[in-house]
Design a protein around this ligand. Structure first.
Ligand SMILES: *[C@@H]1O[C@H](CO)[C@@H](O)[C@H](O)[C@H]1NC(C)=O
Ligand SMILES: *[C@@H]1O[C@H](CO)[C@@H](O)[C@H](O)[C@H]1NC(C)=O
Ligand SMILES: *[C@@H]1O[C@H](CO)[C@@H](O)[C@H](O)[C@H]1NC(C)=O
Ligand SMILES: *[C@@H]1O[C@H](CO)[C@@H](O)[C@H](O)[C@H]1NC(C)=O
Ligand SMILES: *[C@@H]1O[C@H](CO)[C@@H](O)[C@H](O)[C@H]1NC(C)=O
Ligand SMILES: *[C@@H]1O[C@H](CO)[C@@H](O)[C@H](O)[C@H]1NC(C)=O
Ligand SMILES: *[C@@H]1O[C@H](CO)[C@@H](O)[C@H](O)[C@H]1NC(C)=O
Length: 493
């Protein structure tokens, strides 16, 4: 099969109407625009394979003293927060002294913190906030109410299964900042991985009780790049130091950008198989958009038809209602507990821009010049490097005994399940335990297949791009099984 030619107007469709919101972009729309920039004929984004850049970093120069900082980072209580029994911390870690780059983290300990592993969560974009999405509307302990002032508990928060660390990365995202504004125009995958590993080394110094703890990295969407790249950087530094600096055990990525060619054609396969475009349009895309048989006019025509068919629907959860009223109210909306409120982004935007909230989080201590947004635009306009595939890094993790799970919410049209299936196929792995359903609460939670070498692929039935938002119980079950290295229960053959 030939390579997909990305010259046509492929991803313009994703800037559909709900981006118009003044309250910051959705991470999925950012990803769409990023793809477009990356796939332009003369794109300046480097697509070469990824190698850790900090080849000979001197650890004693990048690891700074952290005494007393943990205590200062302790969060007594967030405004409007219901009482809880676990501890929370938030604060900055300097990752580059000369440039003045500092990354913001929010840490939700488990109630029985000592017996549970440490789990890092990263959102994608590139440029989207792990506090906005991960912490506040996906797997964190609280969700923001419609008043933009108070919080309610998420009873499926992942900090029942692990001590969960949310990191805003790279600098320029959310509350993470740099004092050298040029940094915002020169960041990319490599800088992100390097800064994140320096963050972790310093954070472990600040929280030494987690130094030898089993460590896992999780993330979604464009974090399909960040997570394996950070794993790569950790393996590299452990090797250089000839000791375990960070006790990496596994990585898990959801609806993840893995391999550009398969990710792209998988989109159209999903649209056709979910009756969003006609089979004919799909066939035209396959026929006319490949190098072998490329026909610019016909390819663009089919892409245009696709764009038109996808208007007025939420591409990152094709069965979800849209946010119709962005206004906040004093009165709570009545939603069933498993129903995700599509206007959540707006409540979070209001909440995180409040001074009392920022003070409680120990965020924005330097009075950043711009307001907090869920996704930061300047970053991805000038993104420096983004390899076409991260398959070699997934293979590297597997070869080093790092567990790899890939999961997929099966109603996402942004990085859909068909893309993930094709990307895994492209790895040429051998099936170990064949495709079967998995159960949660007596229902099918999704499907799972494992491969020789340590990779597991699991779908989550009825979940969109942000899996824990739409299927919180299934997502919690999946992460618990990942952490305990077991498969969720299924049929007995
Ligand atoms: C700090 O960041 C700058 C770019 O802003 C880079 O040139 C420099 O090498 C970095 N220093 C370290 C120690 O990584
Ligand atoms: C950035 O600049 C502010 C104001 O000068 C300073 O307080 C802060 O420590 C600097 N940040 C870093 C990471 O050096
Ligand atoms: C960053 O790039 C944008 C264009 O994408 C430009 O407008 C801006 O001035 C640049 N900022 C710096 C500090 O170079
Ligand atoms: C790495 O550490 C091991 C055991 O601590 C030691 O035997 C070995 O010589 C070290 N290798 C290098 C290259 O320093
Ligand atoms: C939201 O508030 C604005 C300003 O108060 C008002 O004009 C608008 O009608 C409201 N929107 C809805 C859907 O109620
Ligand atoms: C930081 O604080 C300043 C001043 O209080 C505010 O104007 C700005 O919007 C805030 N920025 C962020 C990113 O929180
Ligand atoms: C998978 O196999 C195909 C066909 O043999 C080959 O072209 C491709 O490079 C292989 N991919 C990987 C990741 O090994």
């Amino acid at each position: 099969m030939g390579k997909f030619t990305f010259i046509f107007l492929l991803f313009t469709l994703f800037s559909s109407h709900f981006v118009a919101s003044s309250l910051g972009k959705k991470q999925s729309d950012v990803l769409g625009q990023f793809y477009k920039a990356k796939q332009k004929k003369f794109s300046s984004i480097s697509k070469s394979y990824f190698k850790a850049a900090l080849e000979n970093v001197e650890l004693d120069k990048v690891i700074l003293p952290q005494d007393g900082l943990k205590e200062k980072d302790w969060i007594n209580k967030l405004p409007g927060q219901p009482p809880v029994k676990f501890q929370q911390y938030g604060g900055y870690v300097t990752v580059n002294e000369s440039a003045g780059r500092a990354l913001y983290y929010y840490f939700t300990e488990a109630e029985n913190s000592k017996s549970l592993p440490l789990l890092l969560w990263l959102n994608g974009g590139p440029g989207c906030s792990s506090i906005a999405y991960g912490a506040m509307e996906e797997l964190g302990p609280f969700r923001v109410n419609i008043d933009g002032k108070t919080l309610h508990r998420n009873h499926y928060a992942w900090n029942v299964a692990a001590n969960v660390l949310f990191l805003e990365s790279p600098a320029g995202v959310g509350f993470s900042y740099t004092n050298m504004s040029r940094d915002l125009n020169t960041t990319g995958d490599r800088r992100t991985a390097n800064d994140n590993v320096v963050f972790l080394l310093n954070w472990l110094e600040r929280f030494p009780e987690y130094m030898n703890r089993d460590f896992y990295i999780s993330g979604e969407s464009y974090a399909g790049h960040y997570v394996p790249q950070l794993a790569h950087a950790i393996l590299h530094h452990n090797k250089l130091a000839n000791r375990t600096l960070i006790n990496l055990k596994g990585i898990i990525i959801g609806n993840a950008v893995i391999n550009d060619d398969t990710d792209t054609i998988g989109n159209y396969e999903f649209f056709a198989s979910h009756a969003l475009i006609s089979d004919q349009t799909y066939l035209d895309i396959k026929k006319y958009c490949y190098e072998d048989n490329y026909n610019e006019n016909k390819c663009n025509e089919a892409a245009e038809i696709t764009n038109n068919n996808l208007k007025n629907l939420d591409i990152y959860n094709i069965y979800s209602p849209l946010c119709k009223d962005e206004n906040l109210t004093k009165y709570p909306k009545i939603l069933s507990p498993w129903q995700f409120d599509p206007c959540s982004d707006n409540y979070i935007f209001t909440y995180l821009n409040r001074r009392d909230v920022q003070d409680a989080l120990h965020a924005n201590v330097t009075n950043i010049k711009y307001e907090w947004t869920s996704c930061s635009n300047p970053l991805f306009y000038n993104w420096q490097d983004s390899p076409k595939t991260i398959i070699p890094l997934l293979k590297e993790s597997l070869a080093n005994g790092v567990r790899v799970w890939v999961f997929s919410g099966d109603t996402d049209g942004r990085v859909p399940v068909t893309s993930s299936k094709r990307s895994i196929q492209a790895m040429n792995l051998t099936v170990d335990q064949p495709w079967r359903y998995w159960l949660n609460g007596g229902e099918v939670g999704g499907y799972v297949e494992t491969y020789k070498g340590g990779l597991t692929f699991a779908t989550v039935r009825g979940a969109g791009h942000e899996v824990p938002s739409y299927q919180p119980a299934r997502a919690l079950s999946l992460i618990s099984h990942f952490l305990s290295d077991t498969l969720p229960p299924g049929p007995h053959y």
